[in-house]
Design a protein around this ligand. Structure first.
Ligand SMILES: Nc1ncnc2c1ncn2[C@@H]1O[C@H](COP(=O)(O)OP(=O)(O)O[C@H]2O[C@H](CO)[C@@H](O)[C@H](O)[C@H]2O)[C@@H](O)[C@H]1O
Length: 755
């Protein structure tokens, strides 16, 4: 059965009337589509419930009963006057439906192809961190093949790290000055779709482009054997409207997408994407936010480098060359479609052999890798047919992430929009961590192949680095919108302590800046379905089975770690990068106090060598109480989250933080430094009102950590009911990406209508 959703429209009324509610009396009433109507003068949005079924002939709308008499007459009059317009609109609608149907059917066939190609994975459990739990669901490609993804230890890049400032204590003084997003609707203009299709046709002829474009683009050459196929997919598809009317499939109309009239093409570009590549939270976000955007009805793609031989994506046969720092580098594109999202991986020799250390190499190595990645990513909407059809550049927004892809908004501007190309394409830059900025000497500018006047975007002067080259600075200025991953962090970024030298640029660009708290992948991080809890004595559990399931996981964890198996001793966990940000040294300072308590402590992390050594030492010296697991193990991260009673996050700064969100889903109580996203997401426990989600402390100091942890342990031991309440409140929150995706959508729309 093939069915499609009805498509929303923006329609202009011809006079300054109030929008009216119209409906068509029809036996197919339950299949009505919704149009969004904007009056010319007021620019108010209202929903018109205009009856429409693609099978039937259009009929005149009648006024819904219930409107007042005069208004009804006006509305009726207005609807008559506009009937011609509506007919034309319906025709457009039919065309769009036909386009959607083609996309849907080509996507379906690509899924079937992938399933046919599927090879059962025989990887070990450790190499199969994200095997999916819902084997009965229809999303077979992802769920059956994820098992073959290899996870390696990682070393976090420090090449671009800003010199450490003194301990941040920016948890104080935060006031919740949430900004409203600009949502001005545009003046009447040619639609971006029109423009897009014109440009799509132009892309078939690269000569037209070369005249206007700088060296790296004019040197781009297609050497694919599939050139012809590529050109074909760029051809606009004109639907046979008459066929649609006779097609029984169109009878079964799905409800309109959640995004309604805001449906867009979205391309998320990130240096890592879980489950294929992950060194931290960015990978998680790139792997899951796009799926939530797709659930809202957007057409969504993720573009990431291909660091390894991933199982799911296949070579689509398109080859391109990009000039990076004077060198011609060939890239190929791999693609797969999972959970409603096109995942595109850019393959090149520069991404090979670094799977275990994706930010490794010299500063210039990383810079050139990211320049290549961004140059190729910005052209993906033309070169990579997904489900047979390229995204094109109309109604398109790129979401770049952190400094690694902050060059993308700059390339988009310098090479395309400045030349009258991709006029309707927008870029959003998401700040996950401002501490890494892509800094270097000013001369680095000459490695990124930009017109000389662009150097000013990159130049930054600060007391630590003097005048230097700063990629994040340029990205923040060039992007149409900037997002960071919590409200708290959006405030901190504007302070001299929290902005790491970029606070003035962020303040200057405040009008385009917003904070959206991350969500989590509630399929992967769900104690009921967690694949890492199905063996070695662990068990899946939910709120209903918390009493038995969680103690079982705790016992399994104690056993796996070789600690005494004791249900009554509180198990404290820490998971994260071992660096200054995560406050591991504060835990170290608190260890002597912890040793005086009847507790067990497990720390999982990798990063700075001195801190890794410290973990090993703690384990050696206090073998009956402490385990220090040095390495990157997704399986252990899940098991520690499930088996611990308490999760410690004493981060000095934390843009959002995901581990505390995962912990709460598993009935594990967070004890956190109230900073950034930690403050946004962990409401402190209030014993008088039995409210809150965990314990917070207001300064990155060991004694404050000890005080909060002491209260937490006291409650664990003495107030079981309160503890259960904390667990229950944590587990019943909606932490999914759906809410955040709605907020992102607002930003996408604001960017789209921004000139
Ligand atoms: N040794 C290990 N083994 C296995 N898994 C490990 C691990 N160390 C860390 N992880 C995992 O990596 C992720 C870390 O995510 P975080 O959000 O806590 O931090 P990170 O600082 O990387 O992300 C940045 O980006 C994210 C996303 O926006 C922000 O939430 C965050 O505040 C910001 O610093 C979690 O999924 C965690 O389980």
């Amino acid at each position: 059965m093939s069915s499609i959703g009805s498509l929303p429209f923006i329609i202009e009324t011809t006079k300054a009337e109030s929008p009216v509610l119209l409906s068509r009396k029809n036996k197919n009433r339950d299949k009505f589509s919704f149009f969004t109507c904007r009056t010319k003068k007021s620019h108010n949005l209202a929903v018109l419930n205009y009856g429409f079924s693609p099978k039937s002939k259009p009929v005149r709308a009648t006024v819904e009963e219930g409107a007042s008499g005069d208004e009804s007459e006006d509305a009726l009059q207005a609807s008559i006057e506009k009937s011609k317009k509506v007919l034309a609109m319906q025709r457009d609608l039919l065309q769009q439906i036909a386009e959607r149907r083609k996309i849907v059917s080509s996507i379906k066939s690509s899924i079937i192809d992938s399933e046919v190609d599927e090879v059962p994975s025989e990887q070990s459990e450790e190499s199969s961190p994200n095997q999916d739990h819902t084997s009965s669901s229809g999303q077979g490609v992802h769920e059956k093949q994820n098992g073959s993804i290899l996870w390696k230890n990682y070393i976090h890049s420090t090449a671009d790290e800003v010199p450490e400032t003194s301990t941040l204590d920016i948890s104080k003084g935060y006031d919740d000055d949430k900004r409203e997003l600009e949502q001005q609707l545009p003046p009447k203009k040619a639609s971006s779709h029109e423009d897009s299709s014109k440009q799509l046709r132009v892309t078939g002829s690269e000569k037209v482009w070369s005249d206007k474009l700088p060296s790296f683009l004019s040197n781009t050459s297609e050497i694919s054997t599939t050139n012809e196929k590529q050109e074909n997919v760029n051809e606009p598809i004109l639907p046979e409207i008459n066929n649609i009317e006779n097609d029984p499939a169109t009878e079964d109309i799905l409800p309109p997408p959640l995004a309604g009239a805001n449906v867009m093409n979205v391309i998320m570009v990130a240096a890592e994407c879980a489950p294929w590549s992950k060194t931290g939270g960015l990978g998680d976000v790139a792997g899951s936010l796009p799926k939530a955007l797709a659930r809202r009805g957007h057409r969504v793609m993720v573009v990431a480098p291909r660091y390894g031989n991933y199982a799911e994506p296949h070579d689509i046969g398109v080859r391109k060359r990009y000039k990076v720092d004077g060198q011609d580098i060939e890239v190929t594109f791999f693609q797969t479609y999972i959970d409603g999202v096109d995942f595109v991986f850019i393959d090149s020799h520069v991404f090979c052999h670094i799977e275990g250390n994706i930010y490794g190499g010299s500063r210039l190595d990383i810079l050139k890798r990211m320049a290549l990645f961004c140059k190729a990513a910005v052209e993906v909407p033309w070169h990579v047919p997904c489900g047979g059809i390229c995204y094109g550049d109309g109604n398109l927004v790129f979401i770049a992430n952190d400094w690694h892809t902050a060059l993308l908004p700059v390339y988009l501007k310098a090479y395309y929009r400045d030349n009258g190309l991709m006029k309707f394409t927008r870029s959003i830059l998401v700040i996950h961590n401002i501490a890494h900025q892509g800094r270097g000497p000013v001369d680095d500018f000459f490695h990124v192949d930009l017109p000389e006047h662009y150097i000013d975007l990159f130049k930054l002067h600060d007391p630590v680095g003097g005048e230097h080259f700063n990629i994040f600075a340029a990205g923040l200025k060039a992007a149409d919108r900037v997002v960071t991953v919590s409200h708290g962090y959006s405030w901190e970024l504007k302070t001299s302590e929290g902005g790491w030298g970029l606070h003035n640029i962020i303040k200057e660009n405040d009008w385009k800046f917003s904070g959206i708290v991350n969500g989590i992948d509630t399929k992967e991080w769900n104690p009921l379905f967690d694949v890492h809890l199905t063996s070695d004595g662990y068990t899946n559990y939910s709120l209903e089975t918390l009493h038995t399931g969680k103690p079982q996981c705790k016992a399994a964890l104690q056993k796996e770690l070789g600690l005494p198996v004791r249900p009554d001793v509180p198990m404290i966990g820490f998971i994260g990068r071992l660096d200054q940000q995560k406050g591991v040294d504060l835990i170290a300072e608190a260890v002597p106090w912890m040793l005086g308590q009847d507790v067990q402590l497990v720390m999982l992390g990798t990063g700075r060598q001195d801190l890794e050594q410290m973990l090993r030492q703690f384990e050696n010296q206090h073998h009956d109480k402490i385990r220090g697991w040095v390495g990157f193990s997704v399986k252990m991260a899940h098991r520690i989250t499930a088996g611990s009673d308490v999760l410690l996050m004493p981060s000095r700064f934390e843009p959002c933080g995901l581990n505390q969100l995962y912990a709460m889903m598993y009935g594990t109580i967070p004890v956190v430094h109230a900073v950034g996203g930690l403050r946004d997401t962990v409401q402190p426990f209030d014993p008088f009102n039995e409210s809150g989600l965990g314990w917070t402390f207001d300064g990155a100091e060991a004694n404050k950590l000890i005080h909060a942890l002491g209260n937490c342990l006291f409650t664990y031991r003495e107030y079981k009911k309160s503890w259960e309440g904390l667990q229950r409140r944590g587990m019943t929150q909606d932490l999914s990406w759906d809410h955040a995706a709605e907020k992102y959508e607002e930003v996408l729309v604001a960017a789209k209508y921004q000139w």
